[in-house]
Design a protein around this ligand. Structure first.
Ligand code: G3I
Length: 351
């Protein structure tokens, strides 16, 4: 009897070890692998024009479980005049997501860029500007109530030196614009997860400290703020924190009841890139972020900004830099894509 139990137990152990060493299934998509990991979401930014190109549409639908409108829900596009709205492009993004069972991150309700002239050039009293802000947020969030699960309510409110960024909102309303924006969004869709989003906060420092103060004070007032978005626009050679450092940064907010997400990740290379080092360094940077997110239960998603080099905003904004995405311009996956697959499959998380 004992011998057969021993043999049986050994067989089970071997079976488990063999299963644990199975290579990543070659056809496993990012979204199927991320879903294995506590239902994490893996996303990308999109433009409606991409849905008309079959290869792009197929890639977006098959690889990603979350989409973020890159530009079409920003003020200058969606609200070009005081009483003029252009919802069709945003509707197209939401329709595509619903067709493919994807979550939508709405982007972005309050920012200092891509605002229309009627807003930036207007002379508004504080109450008038508050009314304009409330009208915008309640109209846009209300339109997608129950269909856009998460919003970047306030984007880049903190300047690089850690002070509140000098914007039309701060000048016209005062710091209270942040609270008001979240309250207007919550009133329009009580079930939406409401995020504050910024860049260069993944390594701690002045911006992250100010963000923590803002979040803590808003939550102490009972303001409906639910999450922090780490944009993570990185460069190679990477200044990325280690996975452990990044995870600890996330935990500073998670420990206060906040969700966290990586919301706009890309890793730009200085051009011409070195094919022997660039793609691997890029994979390391993407990998650090994914391992950090996997280590923090409150990190519910990782979104890349643009999915391919052909769509990337980087070359236009930073001449001499590019190749920042996980797919190249011909939609071929790069080492960074495969690194993310491996990390998701093996569940390789920071400590
Ligand atoms: O729509 C106009 C078009 O009519 C015109 O012909 C064309 C040429 O001037 O410009 C088009 O607008 C461009 C817009 O993207 C839409 O394509 C703007 O010039 C261009 O500056 C704008 O860039 C966007 C950038 O934000 C603006 O700050 C990028 O696509 C977008 O990826 C980028 O995304 C931001 C996030 O929203 C927030 N976090 C930072 C991130 C990078 O800046």
């Amino acid at each position: 009897m004992r011998r057969s139990v021993r043999v049986g137990g050994l067989a089970v152990l071997v079976a488990v070890l063999v299963a644990a060493c199975r290579p990543v299934p070659p056809d496993a998509t990012l979204r199927s692998l991320a879903d294995l990991r506590d239902g994490r979401l893996i996303g990308t930014s999109v433009e409606p024009a991409q849905f008309g190109r079959s290869a792009d549409a197929t890639l977006i639908a098959s690889q990603f479980s979350s989409v973020t409108p890159e530009n079409v829900m920003k003020w200058e596009v969606v609200h070009p005049g005081p009483s003029t709205w252009n919802h069709a492009p945003g509707d197209a993004v939401v329709a595509f997501a619903e067709e493919h069972g994807q979550r939508v991150r709405g982007h972005t309700l309050v920012w200092h860029r891509q605002n229309p002239a009627w807003l930036t050039g207007g002379s508004y009293s504080r109450d008038e500007l508050i009314a304009v802000l409330e009208d915008h947020i309640s109209t846009l969030v209300g339109r997608y109530e129950g269909r856009v699960a998460q919003w970047d309510v306030v984007n880049e409110a903190i300047a690089d030196d850690g002070t509140l960024r000098d914007t039309i909102w701060l000048r016209g309303i005062g710091p209270d614009y942040i609270r008001l924006a979240f309250e207007f969004a919550h009133a329009a869709d009580p079930d939406a997860e409401l995020f504050i989003n910024d860049y260069l906060i993944e390594r701690g420092g002045a911006k992250a400290a100010t963000l923590l103060w803002i979040v803590a004070s808003l939550r102490a007032q009972g303001v409906p703020i639910h999450g922090v978005g780490y944009q993570v626009h990185a460069l190679v050679p990477s200044l990325m924190p280690t996975p452990e450092q990044f995870a600890d940064e996330m935990r500073r907010f998670a420990s206060r009841g906040m969700l966290v997400e990586i919301t706009e990740m890309d890793v730009a290379l200085q051009l011409p890139s070195d094919p022997t080092t660039g793609p691997q360094q890029q994979a390391d940077a993407y990998g650090s972020a994914v391992m950090a997110c996997l280590a923090v239960r409150e990190c519910t998603g990782v979104t890349t900004w643009n999915y391919s080099d052909a769509e990337s905003w980087i070359p236009g904004e930073f001449p001499g830099f590019g190749e920042a995405s996980i797919y190249d311009a011909e939609l071929r996956p790069k080492p960074a894509y495969e690194r993310i697959r491996q990390l998701l499959w093996w569940n390789l998380r920071a400590r």
